[in-house]
Design a protein around this ligand. Structure first.
Ligand code: UD1
Ligand code: CA
Length: 457
């Protein structure tokens, strides 16, 4: 196979985003915009040249952390147009073979479409990836002659009224024969208004010299959506979410209301799981089969095994094992391992704790930095006092213990197996196994005294 490279243009500031974050680092369904483009391009290209400029260090820093792509970063110090950006990378290319040029801000173009573009590239000196869109405003238009041959791409500001009606647009994605790209790129002249070099001008230069120009029309125009502002970002996210939800539903996941369900790309969910409305499932999350998730639930970077019920809750960076029941209104902060059949109920917050199989924390508790054995029951209002104002300490509650309501367990603390803590106790000394512990004031009753304190009728 001949060489296939990809140049991705991502040096622009993205002025229309009105944001201090570089455009290509804005989040789209769980990943920065640029990462979607890289995912798709890397499925066909041998090497990738990413042209960066505006806040380029931030883009580079982010991508270096992903530790995944074989990317060569190319700097475009001054953003003098898409033609100039490609020029920055041309010397790194071999003399022959094909190169795809992609924009860093069109993340919906699929790997399949890029493959189609590339295959058509074998018949032409350049192929443009085009789309027929309902509203072409703002995009470069594909202008054809009376024999339907592409003759040029015209940008919005240069369109005559007839050209403005053309609904076939340039997605900013091309497959070039490298030798032709290298030959014509230097011939692009600066635009008279802005002094920028437009890559799109290469098409008419090549047409003049009789080269063959192809156009590969997208089946689904939505893939061609470019992101220039935050409204277009939201539109693109809607398209991507729709596809994510569709794929899950065709694999047996029930999504009660896809329009109000927000699942990141890469999340996996088993069949016979039901997702109720207003649920966000983000990051590196895996959910098993037969679960009931939502409504009104946020899950981030969490592994959930089969047949878990999780309702009206927030969960981050946890493992939740089979048949656990979480919520309503639970908050599971990072670092929890919630065992098989565990119940975490309403208004319970759990952090950095291991809760072993079958234990129950049903109401109104805080459990932080604890190791709780199997079959433990926490009464309502149990608080683990894990923080002394300077340090965090751990608490161990061994299996089959019973903690009465409204107890405070002051860490560091060990409660032995099968212990019984009386309700309302404040425990700050270790408890030997099998002990019953009272740590509260003794009650005194004064018969008849109440009437002195009650209002007279
Ligand atoms: C560009 C195309 C337009 C096409 C549209 C598709 C040109 C002149 N116009 O317009 O025909 O319909 O994309 O979405 O090519 N960039 C650089 N360096 C620069 C300028 C831009 O790296 O000096 C990068 C940007 O970061 C961006 C991409 O190139 O990722 C496209 O630039 P942008 O300014 O968004 O071009 P459009 O106006 O959308
Ligand atoms: Ca753009």
């Amino acid at each position: 196979m001949d060489y296939v490279g990809a140049i991705i243009l991502a040096a622009g500031q993205g002025k229309r985003m009105k944001s201090s974050v570089p455009k290509v680092l804005h989040n789209l369904c769980g990943k920065p915009i640029i990462q979607h483009v890289l995912d798709h391009a890397s499925s066909i290209a041998d090497s990738i040249y990413l042209v960066i400029g505006y806040q380029g260090e931030k883009v580079k820093e982010y991508l270096n952390k992903t530790n995944y792509y074989n990317i060569e970063f190319v700097y475009q110090e001054q953003q003098r147009g898409t033609g100039d950006a490609v020029k920055m990378a041309q010397d790194l290319l071999p003399d022959n073979g094909k190169v795809l040029v992609l924009c860093g801000d069109t993340p919906l173009i699929s790997a399949e479409s890029l493959k189609g573009l590339f295959q058509m590239g074998s018949e032409h000196d350049v192929v443009i990836l085009t789309a027929k869109v309902p509203n072409p405003y703002g995009y470069g238009r594909i202008i054809r002659d009376k024999d339907n041959r592409v003759i040029t791409i015209e940008e919005e500001k240069n369109l005559n009224p007839n050209q403005a009606k053309v609904d076939e647009i340039n997605t900013g994605t091309y497959c070039f024969a490298i030798d032709k790209l290298k030959k014509y790129l230097p011939q692009i002249e600066a635009d008279s208004d802005k002094g920028e070099y437009y890559l799109t001008d290469i098409i008419s230069l090549m047409v003049k010299e009789g080269h063959s120009i192809g156009a590969f029309l997208l089946d689904d125009y939505r893939e061609g959506l470019g992101i220039n502002d935050l409204y277009q970002l939201a539109e693109a996210a809607k398209v991507m979410r729709n596809e994510i939800n569709y794929n899950l539903m065709t694999e047996g996941v029930t999504i009660v209301d896809p329009d109000s369900t927000y699942i990141d790309k890469g999340v996996s969910i088993g069949n016979d799981t039901i997702i109720y409305p207003q649920t966000l499932i983000e990051g590196k999350t895996e959910i098993g089969s037969g679960c009931q998730i939502g409504p009104n639930t946020t899950i981030r970077d969490t592994i959930i095994k089969d047949r878990v019920m999780l309702t009206n809750s927030v969960v981050e960076e946890c493992i939740i094992r089979e048949e656990a029941k979480i919520g309503p209104f639970a908050y599971l902060r990072p670092g929890n391992d919630i065992g098989h059949g565990v119940k975490i109920g309403d208004f319970v917050e759990v952090k950095n704790s291991n809760i072993a199989n079958g234990s129950k924390i049903p109401h109104l508790s805080y459990v932080g930095d604890a190791d709780v054995g199997e079959g433990v029951n926490f009464g309502a209002g149990t608080i683990i006092v894990n923080y002394d104002g300077t340090h965090k300490h751990r608490t161990m509650v061994a299996r089959n213990s019973f903690i009465g309501c409204n107890s405070n367990l002051i860490a560091p603390l060990k409660i032995g197996e099968g212990s019984y803590i009386a309700a309302g106790s404040t425990i700050n000394k270790d408890v030997a196994e099998g002990s019953m512990v009272f740590a509260r004031c003794r009650q005194e009753n004064k018969p008849g005294l109440a009437k002195r304190f009650l209002k007279k009728e």
